[in-house]
Design a protein around this ligand. Structure first.
Ligand SMILES: C[S@@+](CC[C@H](N)C(=O)[O-])C[C@H]1O[C@@H](n2cnc3c(N)ncnc32)[C@H](O)[C@@H]1O
Length: 214
C-alpha cells in the first residue's frame, strides 16, 4: 500500500506509539519551538493549512487554536490518528489517513503546508515524492514549513543523532546529517528557502526551514 521500504511509525516502533508524546516532551525542547512554529504557520490569515505526518496532532491542534483557517491533519498511520482524534479540540480538524507522497488534496488548494519530524522517516525517493506533492498542493505564493533534523552543530550532536538513527533507520536519516534537506526542498521547485530556527536537542540538531512555492 505504500512506496516506503519500511513505514517508520512515530516513535520508530509501533509498540512505542503510545509513548510518543511523552518521549517528545522529554527529548525535543518543545517549548522552544512548537508554539513559535504554529505562530509562523498561521501568520497572514491563510485559508487552508495542512499538517503532513501530523502524528498525535500536537502541532495541528496548536495551529487550529490560533486560526480560523481550515486545518487538515494527514498521517499514514491509523493508530496515531486515533490518538490525535481523542485530544481536546480535535473536532476542529479534518483528520485524514494518507501517505505524504500521495496527498488527497487538489492542485494549488492550500496556503500553508507544515511537516514536522516527518521527512527523516522517509527514504530519499519518498522525500522527493512527498516534497513534490507538497509543491503540487500549495498555491503559488504559498509557504512550506519543514521542521526536522539538520546538519549537526558538531561531534556531540552528531553522536546524539546516531542514537536516533538506530531507532528510526539510517537510509532515511543520512541526508539529514549531511545537511541536504534544503537541497531537496529546492529540487522540488521551492524558492526563498530560509532557516528560521536551529536548536540543539539530546537527539541531534533540529531546524525549521521555510520556503515558498513561486
Ligand atoms: C515523528 S512523528 C511526527 C509527528 C508530528 N508531526 C510531530 O511533530 O510530533 C512522524 C509521523 O510521520 C508519519 N509518517 C511516516 N511516514 C509517513 C508517510 N509516508 N506518509 C504520511 N505520514 C507518515 C508517522 O506515522 C508519524 O506520525
Amino acid at each position: 500500500m505504500t512506496t516506503e521500504p519500511r513505514y517508520v511509525p512515530a516513535a520508530g516502533r509501533e509498540s512505542l506509539t503510545k509513548f510518543y508524546d511523552l518521549g517528545i516532551k522529554i527529548t525535543m525542547r518543545e517549548g522552544a519551538w512548537r508554539s513559535a512554529l504554529a505562530e509562523a504557520v498561521t501568520a497572514g490569515a491563510p485559508a487552508t493549512i495542512v499538517d503532513i505526518g501530523c502524528g498525535t496532532g500536537t502541532l495541528t491542534l496548536a495551529i487550529a487554536a490560533r486560526t480560523t483557517a481550515k486545518v487538515v491533519g494527514i498521517d499514514g498511520d491509523a493508530q496515531i490518528l486515533a490518538l490525535a482524534r481523542k485530544k481536546s479540540g480535535a473536532e476542529a480538524i479534518d483528520w485524514r489517513e494518507a501517505y505524504a507522497d500521495r496527498l488527497p488534496l487538489d492542485d494549488a488548494s492550500v496556503d500553508r503546508v507544515v511537516t514536522s519530524l516527518v521527512l527523516h522517516h522517509l527514504a530519499p525517493a519518498t522525500k522527493v515524492a512527498a516534497l513534490n506533492e507538497m509543491f503540487r498542493v500549495l498555491r503559488p505564493g504559498g509557504s512550506l514549513f519543514v521542521a526536522d533534523w539538520g546538519k549537526p552543530h558538531g561531534p556531540a550532536t552528531r553522536a546524539a543523532f546516531f542514537g536516533l538513527q538506530l531507532l528510526d533507520g539510517f537510509a532515511n536519516t543520512a541526508d539529514h546529517a549531511r545537511g541536504l534537506i534544503p537541497r531537496y526542498i529546492a529540487d522540488a521547485g521551492f524558492v526563498s528557502i530560509a532557516r528560521i530556527d536551529r536548536l540543539r536537542t539530546i537527539a541531534g540538531t533540529f531546524e525549521i526551514l521555510r520556503a515558498t512555492r513561486p
